[in-house]
Write a protein that binds this ligand. Structure first.
Ligand code: 6PG
Length: 275
């Protein structure tokens, strides 16, 4: 796992795809000053399109450069329309699922047939409808007591098949809770302090179910590209605190997303960005 760009090895970094151009409506709110790049779309639908098309471009670029693409997807309600669209919209027909490794950013400690399971939902929306080989699908068995160490071992093994320096996630899709959590990194929770592991159990007393397994900062921050899809008026107060406040990371965990040699891009709609 690299903590920065690597100059060694025979593969070079994939070219960063040029972002698409999007038309903005006249009454758009001012683009908030968040850490990283901010893409403010004219509505939620366009934001979903934008993140999906960026994911597609990165997938193709990584497959060209490395032969495969390591994608980590979040749960929550926000990205579900994206996952659905990626299966039916012709724009995503040539997504290289057969070359993609699909990881889960965080998981609730329930079985996959529980409707709250992130993997269960992603399986129903993507895995069952794409040609991704089962061996390239990496759910978190969060209902098992050793789920965190198992996931860590799997991540290290599979990413380790790549050349040193390129052994990191390529694209991590994050959401944000109203309380500023991302993945299952909750305010003032123990996982925020984990610096030497890729996955750990964590607890968010205010979410259902509270027990989770989550990717940690070191793993997420080492990714080549981190996308934060944040939509809707319920998220605007927290975005305002991030943009203007001095709150520490322990109070607003998404502020701990600080890519090391990668890129963070926010995808917002006007409702989330209006404050
Ligand atoms: C989860 C997520 C979590 C989510 C946020 C936002 O499993 O719940 O991975 O981090 O992205 O809670 O959730 P919504 O999209 O439902 O607002």
């Amino acid at each position: 796992m690299s903590d920065g760009e690597n100059s060694g090895g025979e593969h070079s970094e994939p070219e960063t795809p040029e972002p698409e151009t999007y038309e903005l409506a006249d009454d758009m709110p001012v683009v908030p000053r968040l850490p990283g790049h901010v893409l403010l779309s004219s509505d939620a639908d366009e934001a979903i399109d934008a993140v999906g098309l960026d994911m597609l471009m990165h997938a193709k670029a990584c497959v060209r450069a490395f032969g495969d693409f390591h994608l980590a997807l979040s749960g929550g309600s926000t990205p579900m329309p994206l996952y659905r669209r990626m299966m039916y919209d012709p724009a995503f027909r040539d997504f290289p699922w057969a070359r993609t490794h699909l990881w889960i950013v965080d998981e609730r400690c329930v079985r996959f047939d529980d409707e709250r399971s992130n993997y269960g939902q992603i399986r129903d929306l993507i895995v069952d409808h794409s040609d991704i080989p089962k061996a390239q699908v990496h759910p978190i068995f969060a209902y098992e007591p050793d789920a965190d160490t198992r996931y860590e071992a799997e991540l290290r093994e599979v990413l380790g098949w790549r050349e040193k320096g390129h052994d990191r996630l390529d694209f991590v899709l994050l959401g944000m809770g109203d309380d500023g959590h991302t993945a299952s990194l909750f305010p003032r929770s123990r996982a925020l302090e984990v610096a030497d592991r890729f996955a750990c159990f964590n607890r968010g007393p205010e979410v259902t179910p509270p027990d989770r397994v989550t990717m940690t900062y070191p793993l997420i921050n080492s990714a080549r590209f981190i996308a934060a899809l944040v939509l809707g008026a319920k998220k605007s107060r927290m975005l305002q605190r991030i943009a203007t406040g001095a709150d520490p990371i322990v109070d607003i965990p998404i502020k701990g997303i600080e890519p090391i040699g990668g890129e963070l891009r926010w995808y917002l709609d006007p409702a989330a960005a209006r404050f």
